[in-house]
Ligand binder design. Structure first.
Ligand code: EPU
Length: 338
């Protein structure tokens, strides 16, 4: 356990915003986490749990304690001829888990390659990309209850996973420190390559037989082309969620914008590509002060260097207003404002 005071969070948020917190604590195992919340954490002051800080925008210094779980390790818990259950420590980097499983030919996580963040943060917003969501390979998780220090297990059906949503983003927000995630992967791969431009990417690659390692490489290639590297340009991936509208609204929009990028959810609603809306509204590549809309993906706001959280937030609000005015659609933030 390591405890620091008046600590800069610049390296702990991928936007690279320079704010500080009163106390920063790093926990390296489950027992430490339990001891810490029972005996040391001042629960009368605000506290915040962070992984890699890849989905956070700090708009102020944090006047409280930031808790960072940094335990490590992957362990095969069980296997059958078809499946394997892996317990991954919450502090592992998500993409290290994907790489580890692809190397062992355990399939299911490859489409989620290169998503920034830790394993422990993955279930909170049910990370997703290229036609897969975490919920499809999730089996359960272990977490320490902050109030009592007790270890609890949660299973798939309890998590209420939705699009970038789960119980840990709602009722249980900030109530537990997730310490491990259990994932159920497949020994016989089922390739998911229908989404977006995966097939086109595969066609441009040379390989003999399709495998999950090839799919992982294709996704890494696509992501590297489109998404800015937070080490070079601060960002938190998609800033907004893709909005969901009903059939009536969708019909009206299609009439006005025949090229609207949308996806039929087959339940009477449609998911609109927020990136398309923002692009059409003329924001793509636009710079304002220290903030820019990424030139290769309009859903991403970037810090050109010295941006403050407030500056980033204010640009994002300008985008929201314009999208509402132009399309009558409300953009909901994906990133958490602290
Ligand atoms: N598009 C534009 N302009 C742009 C970018 C995209 O018109 O600047 C259009 C594309 O032509 C496409 C559509 O918008 O028809 C969707 O674009 P894309 O496939 O890039 O995906 P997205 O919906 O913008 C989502 C996730 C990403 C994830 C990708 C790939 C959300 C909020 N975002 O983006 O997740 O990587 O799909 O699966 O659901 C993240 O959550 O941080 C994130 C990066």
């Amino acid at each position: 356990m390591e405890i620091k005071s008046n600590y800069s969070l610049k390296k702990h948020n991928t936007f690279g915003v320079d704010v500080s917190c009163n106390t920063f604590v790093t926990l390296t195992n489950q027992k430490e986490a339990s001891d810490y919340v029972q005996n040391k954490l001042d629960k009368t002051q605000p506290y915040l749990l962070i992984g890699e800080g890849s989905n956070i925008l700090f708009i102020n210094d944090f006047e409280g304690t930031v808790i960072h779980m940094q335990n490590k390790g992957f362990e095969v818990l069980d296997e059958t001829h078809k499946n394997v259950w892996i317990k991954a420590a919450a502090g592992e980097i998500w993409d290290d888990f994907v790489a580890w499983s692809v190397e062992r030919k355990y399939a299911g996580a490859e489409n989620l390659s290169l998503i920034p963040g830790t394993v422990g943060a993955a279930p909170i917003q049910n990370i997703g990309a290229y036609g897969i969501e975490l919920s499809e390979i999730f089996n359960g998780l272990e977490a320490i209850e902050i109030e009592t220090g007790e270890l609890r297990r949660f299973y798939l059906r309890e998590l209420q996973f939705g699009y970038r949503d789960s119980l840990f983003k709602q009722e249980l927000k900030n109530k537990y420190i997730i310490t491990a995630v259990i994932l159920k992967l497949n020994k016989f791969p089922f390739f998911k390559i229908d989404y977006g431009n995966i097939k086109a990417e595969l066609e441009s690659m040379s390989y003999e037989n399709l495998s999950i390692a090839i799919i992982r490489q294709a996704i890494i290639n696509i992501r590297n082309r489109k998404l800015p590297d937070p080490k070079l340009r601060g960002n938190a991936g998609s800033f907004f969620k893709n909005p969901i509208v009903n059939q009536k609204m969708h019909n009206e929009l299609i009439k006005r914008f025949p090229k609207l990028a949308s996806y039929d959810l087959k339940n009477g609603s449609f998911k609109l590509a927020a990136a398309w809306l923002i692009d059409q509204a003329g924001f793509k590549g636009l710079k304002k002060g220290n903030v820019a809309v990424h030139e290769n993906q309009a859903l991403i706001l970037t810090n050109l260097g010295q941006a403050s959280g407030k500056e980033l937030l204010s640009f994002s609000e300008e985008i929201q207003r314009k999208i509402e005015e132009m399309f009558g659609v409300e953009l909901e933030r994906e990133v958490n404002i602290i």
